[in-house]
Write a protein that binds this ligand. Structure first.
Ligand SMILES: [Zn+2]
Ligand SMILES: [Zn+2]
Length: 151
């Protein structure tokens, strides 16, 4: 049964998943600020195999904070970004929350790169874990713990 659907602004790219995300997080890092153009980025984590995409996307590759490659997949027509993939954590994808049709179904539980949080961004009641950096290992742990609850 399909639980979540979404796509880009012009609808050339669509996606669907039968799963709930493993993790929803806010990222305050400087790269996300630039790539999104926004002060704060909220994204959800899935296994790559859990989301089915249709439509052709362009890929932009750059180096993340760890020195490993990060890949942004975006619609070549409207420029909307749909997937972030990182070599650092293979098999995971991140999808920006605003591209979901049911964008109000998810709440961030974790915040990354708190060090770069904009001064005017307040505290969120739904957030229970805050990392000053990217919290990679802890984040994988949280994802794996959540797997049990998804069956
Ligand atoms: Zn588009
Ligand atoms: Zn970031």
């Amino acid at each position: 049964m399909i639980k979540h659907t979404g796509g880009c602004y012009c609808k050339n790219i669509t996606y669907s998943s039968e799963y709930d995300p493993m993790l929803v997080f806010n990222c305050h890092c400087l790269t996300c600020k630039k790539i999104s153009g926004e002060a704060i980025s909220t994204a959800v984590t899935f296994y790559e195999s859990e989301v089915e995409f249709s439509g052709d996307m362009q890929i932009f590759e750059y180096k993340g904070g760890s020195g490993k490659s990060v890949y942004k997949h975006f619609c070549e027509n409207c420029g909307c970004r749909l997937i972030t993939k990182v070599d650092l954590i293979e098999g995971f994808i991140y999808i920006p929350i605003g591209t979901f049709d049911d964008w109000n179904s998810f709440k961030p539980k974790v915040e990354l790169w708190n060090e770069f949080k904009s001064d005017w961004v307040g505290e969120f009641d739904c957030v229970s874990t805050i990392f000053e950096d990217n919290g990679t290992l802890d984040r994988i742990q949280i994802c794996l713990e959540n797997l049990d609850q998804r069956e």
